[in-house]
Structure formats: C-alpha cells, structure tokens
Design a protein around this ligand. Structure first.
Ligand code: FER
Length: 290
C-alpha cells in the first residue's frame, strides 16, 4: 500500500512539475497543418483612409471561427518585417491555420487579428531597395498611422473592445521593433506587447522603458522571443537584461533557430495563447528559456 501511495504521489509530482514546465513548450507537430474538419476563421481585406500617409491603405483582418458582429472582441495587431507587407504573415506564416487549430483545441480567447502594412508611405510595396532610408523611416511613421488612422477605423468597422486591456501588438523583426517601440511607448493603448526577433529599429532599453515601475504596473504581458542563431539577437537580449535589472516581468523565450518564419510562427503560437486571459506576471520568469 505504501508503495502504491509513493508511486501515486511521485506520479502526481512528476505531472505537476512537467505541466508547469511545458506550459510554454515549442508548438507541437501539426500546429500549422490545416485540419479539414475544423471550423475556420475568415480573412477580410480592408482599405482605410490614412491622414498620416495621405492615401488609402490596405490591411488584412482575421475573424475567428464563430465570429458574430453581435459579440465584442479584443484585437491583436500583427506586424510584418522589412522585406514584407500586409501579406507577409499570410504567405510566410499562415497565421490563420495556427489560430484555427488553437481555436479547435480551445486554447485561444476570441480575438480579431489585424495584419497591416507597417511601411507608412505612399508606395508601401516591399520592392526596390527595402533598406532605403525613406522606406526604413516609414516603419517609424507607422506609429501615427496605426494610432490615429488604422485603430480608429478598425474600431468603427468591427465590434472591437476599445480599451488598452483589449488591445495587443506583436510583430516579427522590424514589426517586433515596432511593437516594442509603439507598445511600450503607448502603454495607455496596449497592455499586451510581443516581439519575435526584434530588429535594429528597436529603441534602446532606456528609451523603451524609461519608467520601469509604470511598465510593470501597466503591462499584462511583455513577450520577447528569438532564435539562438539569429545575428540580431542582441536587440532582444539587451532588452531582456534591462527588464530583468529593473524587475519588469516578461517572457524571454530563446529557441534553436535563425531569422525565419519557423521562429516567428512559434512566437505567434506561444504569445497568442496568453492574450486576453487572466495573467500571473510573477510566473513569466519560469517560462523563460536561456
Ligand atoms: C538591419 C537589419 C535587419 C535593419 C533592419 C533589419 C533597419 C530587419 C530585418 C527584418 O525585418 O527581417 O540593419 O535596419
């Protein structure tokens, strides 16, 4: 009997320990494979007037399975990288497949996902010299386009919840830098901030988080991920070190990988599951991988 109890308690202890550690494990195989039988979200193409750019601009909008205009939804703004546009996530990452599968597994809060074009200039295509100064600067200009043009449009066209706790931002590379710059720079607008392989446009930590106590109080989630073989990893690691020094809870998820969609898809898979749910920011450290 004693032996049975010991075995049972060991089994339970092992399970608890494993559960705590695997809460934020790498996406399982098949997470990005379409399942024929499951409900699918819908992708809209929208056009919005931008005073910032002086043009009509395009974005994609993912509406979750079971979407109803009678309900109200939080919104995630999901941003692309320097070589992409509003289609980069769709073509390279198929986020709708990842999200549909998470919904099928009841792992995701209902949300609208907006994929904008983060190069806020008249010709916003990723053609020619994508590193040209005006094109890189347009990624900074997008802060104004996002806050003053796109978000108000989305909140007028869709049944969106309009407070900071129901608004999230995340992105890959240049879009990761934008998410940190715009999210942490506008904590009155965003409570959930994620950056996958943040690029050199990421502001220095002191500029990103000048008031760590305020950030700590305002943030629901700050999520940083990067591949360990990514030559841009310093923009993530220096941010993490500053946040640690100033006791701002965050997830620092380093995985085997480089600067590509394998890491970014996993970033979306992990980050999205936290969104718009009750949080335990004190537990974020245990999810971090070093
Ligand atoms: C740079 C290297 C990479 C840079 C931007 C990037 C603006 C962005 C990469 C990406 O978005 O994938 O020097 O400077």
């Amino acid at each position: 009997m004693k032996k049975v109890l010991l075995t049972a308690s060991l089994f339970m202890f092992y399970n608890c320990a494993v559960t705590a550690q695997t809460t934020l494990r790498h996406a399982p195989e098949g997470f990005d494979t379409p399942r024929p039988q499951t409900a699918k979200g819908v992708i809209d193409t929208i056009q919005y007037p931008s005073k910032t750019v002086g043009a009509t601009r395009r974005a994609l909008v993912y509406l979750p399975p079971g979407y109803s205009p009678q309900k109200q939804y939080p919104v995630l703004y999901l941003l692309h990288g320097i070589g992409g546009d509003e289609f980069e996530w769709l073509h390279g990452g198929q986020p709708q497949v990842i999200l549909d599968n998470l919904y099928a597994d009841h792992k995701l809060a209902d949300m609208i996902v907006v994929m904008p074009n983060g190069r806020a200039m008249k010709d916003d295509r990723a053609t020619g010299d994508i590193m040209a100064r005006d094109k890189v600067e347009a990624f900074a200009t997008f802060e104004k386009d996002l806050l003053q043009d796109l978000i108000p449009f989305i909140e007028q066209q869709y049944p969106a919840l309009k407070d900071r706790e129901h608004r999230a931002i995340a992105g890959l590379s240049m879009g990761g830098g934008q998410s940190l710059n715009f999210g942490l720079g506008n904590l009155d607008q965003f409570a959930w901030v994620g950056a996958f392989s943040a690029a050199p446009n990421t502001k220095s930590p002191e500029l990103l988080v000048p008031d760590p106590a305020k950030a700590k109080q305002q943030l629901k989630l700050l999520f940083l991920s990067c591949g360990d073989g990514d030559r841009l990893i310093t923009f993530t690691s220096r941010t993490h070190e500053y946040l640690d020094q100033h006791q701002v809870p965050h997830i620092y998820y380093i995985e085997p990988g480089v600067h590509d969609f394998k890491v970014w898809k996993n970033g979306l898979y992990l980050y999205s599951q936290f969104l718009f749910k009750p949080v335990d920011t004190a537990a974020y450290k245990k999810y971090s991988t070093l």
